[in-house]
Ligand binder design. Structure first.
Ligand SMILES: NC(=O)c1ccc[n+]([C@@H]2O[C@H](COP(=O)([O-])OP(=O)(O)OC[C@H]3O[C@@H](n4cnc5c(N)ncnc54)[C@H](O)[C@@H]3O)[C@@H](O)[C@H]2O)c1
Ligand SMILES: [Zn+2]
Ligand SMILES: [Zn+2]
Length: 377
C-alpha cells in the first residue's frame, strides 16, 4: 500500500530543524504482512528525546529511515501464523522483541533480546524482513516500529494489546516514556516505601519516574532540571522538592533534604554533568540509575574514589528493565485507576507538517510529549 511517512535521509542536519527539515514527509510503499507479521494503522505517535538524538546524529542509524519508536494504533490485518492478535485490536508498539531462545530471552529480559539488537542496527524487522521502500529504494525500519507513518508492518512481539477504552493518543506514550520511566523505578531500582529519590530531567521519561516513585510511596522525591518551567507539573505529579541543575549548592541541598543523600538517583536527562551530580548526591550504598542517553561512545566522569569507598552502584536501565508485555497492561491499569496520570504529559498534538518544528520545541525544553496524529489533527 501507499501511505504518508516521515523519512530521514541524513543525520546531523543543523538546527533549527524547522529550516533544515530532517524529516521529509513523503509517500512511501509498505508491503503487506508476511505470515508472522501484522499490519497496524497508526493512530498516534509520541515524540521522544531519543528521536531528537537520532536526528542530531548522536547515535548512528541506517538511513534513509522511517522514524518513530513510540506509537499506538489498530490492527488491520494479521499474517496466518499470528494467533495472539486479531483485526480491530488496539495495540501499543514497543521497540522490543522476544525471540524466546537467545540468552537474554531465556533470562526473561526481552528488552535486551539479541535479535532485536541486531535488527535495530540493520534497520530491519526482528525476522530480518524489510517492508518499506520509496520508488523502489529500500527504506530502513526504526527499532522495528517506524511509527511516524500512517501504517506499519511489524511483528506481534512488538505489539501489546490494550483496552480500547484508553485513548490511543495517550496510550502511545506507554511504549517508550511510560515503560522506561516507570520501569526504571519499579524494575531497575525497586524503590521501597520511605526511600528518597532524585530524578534529573523532568521530561516525558523523567516525569514517569516521578509518578512511579510516588506510587511506590517514596518519601522525598526531588526533581532537578535546567528549566524552572518544568517544576510546576513535576510538583503536581509527585515531586516534594525541585532544584535547578545550575544551583551551585545542589549537592549540599539535596543531601540536607535527605539526611545524607538519596537512596536512588535517576539520571533521565542524558547530560554528563547531571550524572556526576547524581553520583555525588547518592547516599552510601545507594544506586544511580542511568536512563538518559547521550552520544554513542560518550565517556562520563564522576568521583570514583567516593563510588568505591561508599559502595555506590551505577546501573543502566533500558526501556524499563522489565517485560513490556507484562508491565505495560499493568501501567495502563494504573492510568485507568488514576494512579499514573500519564495524560498530564501530553503537551499537544501535531500533524506531519509540524513534526520538524516540534523537534525544535522539544530541543528547547518547551514541551513534554507532543503526539503526532498521522491521519491528521
Ligand atoms: N533508557 C532508555 O530506554 C530510554 C528510553 C527513552 C528515552 N531515553 C533517554 O532519556 C532521556 C530523556 O528523554 P525524554 O524524552 O524524557 O526527554 P525530554 O527532552 O522530554 O526531557 C529531558 C529533560 O532533561 C532536562 N535537562 C537537560 N539537561 C539537564 C541537566 N543537565 N540536568 C537536569 N535536567 C536536564 C531538560 O530540560 C528536559 O526537561 C533522553 O536522553 C532520552 O534519549 C532513554
Ligand atoms: Zn523513546
Ligand atoms: Zn531473544
Amino acid at each position: 500500500m501507499r501511505m504518508l511517512a516521515a523519512v530521514m535521509y541524513t543525520q546531523g542536519l543543523p538546527t533549527p530543524y524547522e529550516h533544515s527539515q530532517p524529516f521529509r514527509i513523503e509517500e512511501v510503499d509498505l508491503e503487506g504482512p508476511a505470515d508472522d507479521e501484522v499490519l497496524v494503522e497508526i493512530r498516534a505517535a509520541g515524540l521522544c528525546h531519543s528521536d531528537l538524538s537520532q536526528v542530531a546524529g548522536l547515535r548512528k542509524r541506517k538511513v534513509p529511515v522511517v522514524g518513530g519508536h513510540e506509537g499506538a494504533g489498530i490492527v488491520r490485518e494479521v499474517g496466518r501464523n499470528v494467533n495472539t492478535l486479531k483485526e480491530g485490536d488496539h495495540v501499543v508498539m514497543v521497540g522490543v522483541s522476544d525471540c524466546g531462545h537467545c540468552q537474554m530471552c531465556i533470562e526473561n529480559r526481552p528488552v535486551l533480546c539479541n535479535s532485536v539488537a541486531w535488527s535495530r542496527s540493520q534497520g530491519l524487522l526482528p525476522n530480518g524482513n524489510r517492508k518499506l521502500s520509496r520508488q523502489g529504494m529500500p527504506l530502513n525500519h526504526y527499532s522495528g516500529v517506524s511509527s511516524f507513518a500512517q501504517y506499519a508492518v511489524t511483528m506481534p512481539q512488538t505489539l501489546i494489546k490494550v483496552d480500547p477504552a484508553v485513548p490511543l493518543d495517550i496510550v502511545a506514550m506507554f511504549g517508550c516514556a511510560v515503560v522506561t520511566g516507570a520501569g526504571s523505578v519499579f524494575n531497575a531500582a525497586q524503590v521501597r516505601p520511605g526511600q528518597n529519590v532524585v530524578v534529573f530531567g523532568l521530561g516525558g521519561v523523567g516525569l514517569n519516574a516521578v509518578m512511579a516513585a510516588k506510587l511506590s510511596n517514596a518519601d522525598r522525591i526531588i526533581g532537578v532540571d535546567i528549566h524552572e518551567s518544568k517544576f510546576a507539573l513535576a510538583r503536581e505529579l509527585g515531586c516534594t522538592d525541585c532544584v535547578l541543575a545550575t544551583d551551585p549548592d545542589i549537592v549540599p541541598r539535596i543531601k540536607e533534604l535527605t539526611q545524607g543523600g538519596v537512596d536512588f538517583a535517576f539520571e533521565v536527562s542524558g547530560s554528563k554533568p547531571a550524572m556526576a551530580t547524581a553520583v555525588a548526591v547518592t547516599r552510601k550504598g545507594g544506586e544511580i540509575i542511568g536512563v538518559g542517553l547521550g552520544a554513542s561512545g560518550d565517556l562520563y566522569s564522576y568521583d570514583h574514589a567516593q563510588l568505591v569507598a561508599e559502595e555506590k552502584v551505577i546501573r543502566g536501565s533500558f526501556l524499563g528493565s522489565g517485560v513490556p508485555a507484562r508491565d505495560l497492561p499493568l501501567y495502563v491499569d494504573y492510568f485507568q485507576t488514576g494512579r499514573l496520570p500519564v495524560d498530564r504529559l501530553k503537551s499537544g498534538t501535531m500533524g506531519f507538517e509540524q513534526l520538524n518544528k516540534n523537534l525544535d520545541m522539544l530541543d528547547k525544553g518547551d514541551v513534554v510529549r507532543q503526539i503526532l496524529l498521522p491521519h491528521g489533527v
